[in-house]
Design a protein around this ligand. Sequence first.
Ligand code: AMP
Length: 281
Amino acid sequence: MQIVRDLETLRRALTALRADGGCVAFVPTMGALHAGHMALVAEARRRADQVVASIFVNPTQFGPSEDLSRYPRREAGDAQMLDGAGVALLWAPDVAAMYPNGPEITVQAGPLGAELDGAARPGHFDGVATVVARLFDQVRPDVALFGEKDYQQLLVVRHMVRSLELPVEIVGVPTQRDADGLALSSRNIYLTEEERRAARALPRALGEAAQAIVEGQGVAAALAAAREKLAGAGFDPIDYVELRDAEMLAPLAALDRAARLLAAAKLGATRLIDNLPVQPA
Ligand code: AMP
């Protein structure tokens, strides 16, 4: 696997990769890779001849009081995992290579980016949209893979691609979980042992609420019960527990179409997010 850090070398490497006329799949990440990221790589390999991954901890999607400086970085181990999984090229620019002129021209994520996590993290999805647009322009993939774990991010990217008519297919990959149900996340390493045990309440509360809603219980009551379970497990604050339409995240008072149950809450110093699909019977 070739590791590339400057745009000129990237362009040359991509030209060589495409020489056989094969199609290129792209997996953007912030590194500290786990089995969730590797599921994206595996799906990328199924869908394309060549897989390009990126590692870039994007400063513009972190708020001023967030964890940018302590975000886990372990590129050597990550590169080994990607190499072993058949990735052809790792794009690992530093901030200066990514934003040589500073992030002066940015992409606005629009109304979808102002909801839920966008409300809790102002500017976050503008930062995501800006860096993903930039990465797409650099890598020019035929297909790009994103995890459903960050469901709102997946929708923002899909919406951006539609809106700007970018020539790339966006594929969502189901959330990979630990044995107790907790969604894999690079941030899980921040959890103390006790917090890690309590964290299983998040997927459990969402699963129980999703089941109650499918069985016809009122949405408001099911969401209130989930919030109570999270608070009981020590989550504080609970940013949101909401049932939203699966396409545009419009609020839903009843399960009258394909929906998504989404939550974000803090356990100690660590903010966790999760979501589940909820289909009308
Ligand atoms: P990150 O490195 O956290 O920016 O994530 C890079 C990509 O991996 C994003 O598309 C995430 O949604 C995806 N991802 C992260 N965790 C998981 C997971 N547990 N299951 C599936 N995809 C994931």
